[in-house]
Design a binder for this molecule. Structure first.
Ligand code: SAH
Length: 450
């Protein structure tokens, strides 16, 4: 479209949006360019680094006029690190941008009008909110992956992680130096330690440390355990996970408990959850509680409802809802998660929940055929949203209410469009900021039968 723009071309533009990858979006004569190193509202001079048919990529050469929403990053490595994309943007503006994103997607993709979209619920202090870290260990560096890359930014610090996680990273760095234990090379598939994974309970401060190693052998294991026990008594569980594959997956299947318990207990509200090393658990416990409370409010439970919780994970939301419902049925594809869910029901002495293992798209149609009824269906799918079989089953089930939790406004909008064309009305959307500093947006939506 724009013949004057080629690799190496330099141009000036104002950043009018941020892409889902966190790049600044600029337009030149209507042609879209995704630009690194620029934030919303900046005017920059940039150079085209790659040109495609309908858009191009560029990098900032100079910020000619900084955005009035630009702030000094509170992280030393945010220019390079791929973890957070919005460290240069004020938190207020981040929140505004996320609410706008939801509004735009619902209008543009969902063709939805008359939906009440509330302002996003932000965090009081948008730092140190994560209860889980995955820290890659390379040949020469320990830290986090660079933007769009497998090379590692060397750092012990991360403002969204707990201080105790930073201390674990420092300690393992010291251990590796003292005993000459090597980090992993992706190039040669050699070296000992591949990842440090931590989980911390914000309620008790207890920690689990998982060392992902390339082979079953971990040299100086006893010395490491002694170091951790001496310096970090809150670590109640040390696990060695073996991953020998040439893969981007962080953890392998095999876990060896090398100290303490094999699971860590965490809380959402009063509910306890036993979490295994490989299980999914919400990473921002504070905002998760707000999200679940909103979901509960939207569900409007009075105590005699049958609820389906589709994509139920380790059952955290199912258990949260079960206190106000007659019965909750969870559906989840990961076997270990279903096992954890059952164990968690027992741990909390909850008897009115039942979990089915399998895909939502296979189980829900079956429940429909068997004539099961639901008053409320709760959905919390992964980023790609719901398969159409799931939505068709919901249309057949015709529950009074559907509560849809989503971590991707685009697929949410697509699915809401389908439901709204088939007997449902989208009433209210509440975005909740679970991932401050990043571009990710979480929402909970209330949908009612017409
Ligand atoms: N509601 C839970 C988990 C949400 S994460 C919570 O709040 O913690 C989404 C879950 O969907 C994951 O546990 C994932 O394993 C599961 N999942 C992904 N695809 C699925 C499918 N096709 N059918 C059923 N579950 C699926």
């Amino acid at each position: 479209m724009n013949d004057n723009l080629n690799k190496g071309s330099v141009f000036e533009t104002k950043i009018i949006d941020i892409s889902h990858e966190g790049k600044g979006v600029g337009k030149i004569d209507g042609f879209t360019v995704f630009i690194d190193g620029a934030t919303l509202g900046d005017t920059v001079s940039a150079e085209i680094t790659k040109k495609k048919k309908n858009f191009a990529f560029g990098k900032t050469l100079e910020i000619i006029k900084p955005s009035r929403h630009r702030v000094k990053s509170n992280c030393k490595v945010s220019d390079d690190c791929g973890g957070c994309q919005l460290r240069d943007l004020s938190y207020e503006k981040q929140l505004e941008m996320k609410t706008d994103k939801v509004k735009n997607d619902l209008e543009r993709i969902g063709k939805l009008e008359d939906v009440e979209i509330h302002d996003i619920i932000g965090m009081d202090k948008p730092i140190r909110y994560r209860n889980k870290a995955q820290v890659p260990v390379g040949e020469n560096h320990i830290g986090f992956y660079k933007k769009g890359s497998n090379s590692i930014v060397d750092t012990d610090e991360c403002v969204i992680q707990s201080k105790s996680t930073e201390n674990v990273i420092k300690l393992i760095r010291d251990f590796m130096k003292k005993y000459d234990v090597s980090g992993y090379s992706r190039r040669t598939n050699k070296g000992t330690i591949r990842h440090i994974v931590t989980r911390v309970s914000f309620k008790t401060g207890d920690m689990m440390v998982i060392l992902v190693t390339n082979s079953p052998k971990l040299p100086h294991k006893e010395e490491l355990i002694q170091m951790i026990r001496k310096e970090m008594p809150k670590v109640k569980s040390i696990i060695q996970n073996v991953n020998s594959e040439k893969t981007n997956l962080v953890m392998g299947d095999k876990n060896k408990i090398i100290y303490g318990h094999g699971k860590i207990i965490d809380y959402i509200g009063d509910l306890q959850f036993k979490i295994s090393p490989n299980s999914f658990f919400q990473v921002n416990p504070k905002q998760t509680q707000l999200l679940y409370e909103k979901a509960l409010k939207f569900a409007g439970l009075k105590g005699n409802e049958i609820v389906f919780d589709i994509y139920s994970g380790i059952g955290s939301l199912s258990l949260f809802l079960s206190k106000k419902a007659k019965k909750v049925y969870g559906v989840e594809v990961v076997k270990e998660a279903v096992e954890d869910a059952n164990e968690n029901a027992e741990l909390n002495k909850i008897n009115n929940v039942e979990f089915f293992e399998g895909t939502a798209e296979s189980i829900l149609p079956k429940l429909c055929e068997e004539g099961e009824q639901a008053d409320v269906v709760v959905l919390d799918p992964p980023r790609k949203g719901c398969e159409v079989e799931v939505l068709d089953s919901i249309i057949k089930l015709a529950p009074e209410k559907v509560v849809y939790i989503s971590c991707n406004p685009s697929t949410l909008a697509r699915d809401l469009k389908y439901l709204s064309e088939n007997g449902f009305v989208v009433k209210e959307v509440q975005p909740v900021d679970m991932f401050a500093g990043s571009v990710h947006v979480e929402t909970v939506t209330l949908i009612e039968k017409k």
